[in-house]
Design a protein around this ligand. Structure first.
Ligand code: ADP
Length: 328
């Protein structure tokens, strides 16, 4: 059976980008067709300035939202990365296979390091090595497929490179994984700045729709989305990124092709109104399930305990084999 692995960082409140770009498919498709693992990757949350008292809370919150999207622990494995030591164990061995140059070339590193410096902070070494830990997350489980938004494509590409290099150097140990992206909304953009990704770690802003935003807040954010001064509604990601983003979001939430959906509109006002309602409808079941799950925190704890045990049993033989292969 195909093994699927994907993760979510508990660095802030989850966004519509996380949902449409990744989580929605995990629940609707991946857990039914594959042996899937979904991981709250809390070690990655330490790569930037963070409040220790928030990390655990955000991990629980991300897990609860994951379950609220319909991810079912009877069908797949849900766990927190730091509960399974194998991730950190393998990461070190992979650091001995990766090169300094390929780490520095990672686009997310360049962007995030520049942001940390702008804020007057220093850049943590772990921000540089983050893609190696991500490679360990994936390779420890013999993963075949990694369903992610397309912002993660370079990291999965690096994971493939490291797996191939390791196998060539030390003998076949790792499955070489491939990535899968959704057909629409693989990169949801910030509503106020459609040239930037809608990211949860970014500053809280009116351009980011959070999964737990009240319906009226969602409406307000979508109605205020930045578009352009043209009169017609045309899908053009390069020239008209704001409109294209709305059309992608509308298509992802209510079906259709973003390239032709615009034909039905002669104003941005009408497009925004329909997009806002489509987002509110898409998030409704999730919000309801989230409320139920919050009433039963013991359930979430139990899911994570079982998940860590199952994940450990899968990862240990792979990581042990990697240690043996390098001579440890
Ligand atoms: P973030 O960038 O919000 O911190 P994560 O690194 O936790 O997100 O990513 C979790 C998943 O959500 C990944 O599969 C990532 O590709 C996806 N994702 C994050 N932001 C977006 C976005 N704006 N559009 C599409 N997918 C996204």
């Amino acid at each position: 059976m195909t093994r699927v692995f994907s993760g979510i960082k508990p660095t802030g409140h989850l966004t519509l980008g996380n949902y449409l770009g990744a989580m929605r498919r995990w629940a609707a498709v991946d857990q039914h067709r594959a042996d899937a693992l979904f991981c709250v990757v809390d070690l990655h949350a330490l790569t930037v300035d963070h409040d220790p008292s928030r990390v655990r809370r955000l991990s629980r919150q991300a897990t609860t939202l994951l379950l609220a999207t319909g991810v079912d622990p009877e069908l797949c494995t849900v766990f927190v990365q730091s509960h399974v030591d194998e991730h950190a164990r393998l990461s070190y061995v992979l650091e001995c296979v990766a090169t300094d140059g390929e780490m520095r070339r990672m686009i997310q590193y360049k962007e995030k390091a520049a942001r940390e410096k702008r804020r007057g902070g220093s850049v943590r070494l772990s921000l540089l090595t983050y893609p190696v830990l991500m490679a360990a997350d994936i390779l420890a489980y013999g993963t075949d497929e990694v369903p992610v938004g397309d912002d993660q494509a370079p990291h999965v590409e690096l994971t493939r490179d490291l797996a191939v290099r390791f196998n060539q150097r030390y003998g076949h140990t790792f499955v070489v994984p491939r990535t899968t992206h959704p057909d629409v909304a693989a990169r949801v953009m910030n509503l106020q700045d459609p040239l930037s990704k809608m990211g949860k770690s970014d500053d809280v802003g009116p351009g980011i729709v959070y999964l737990l935003d009240e319906p009226d807040v969602v409406r307000k954010k979508v109605m205020r989305a930045v578009t352009d001064s043209e009169r017609d509604v045309v899908y053009d990601r390069e020239e008209r990124p704001g409109a294209a983003n709305l059309l992608e979001i509308l298509a992802a939430c209510s079906g259709g092709d973003p390239k032709t959906l615009g034909d039905a509109y002669d104003s941005y006002g009408a497009l925004k109104k329909d997009t806002a309602e489509a987002v509110v409808e898409a998030l409704k079941p999730l919000r309801e399930r989230h409320k139920e799950l919050c009433a039963d925190p013991g359930h979430v704890e139990g899911v994570l305990r079982d998940g860590a045990e199952r994940a450990r049993a899968m990862a240990r033989p792979v990581v042990d084999a990697a240690y043996r292969a390098v001579g440890l």
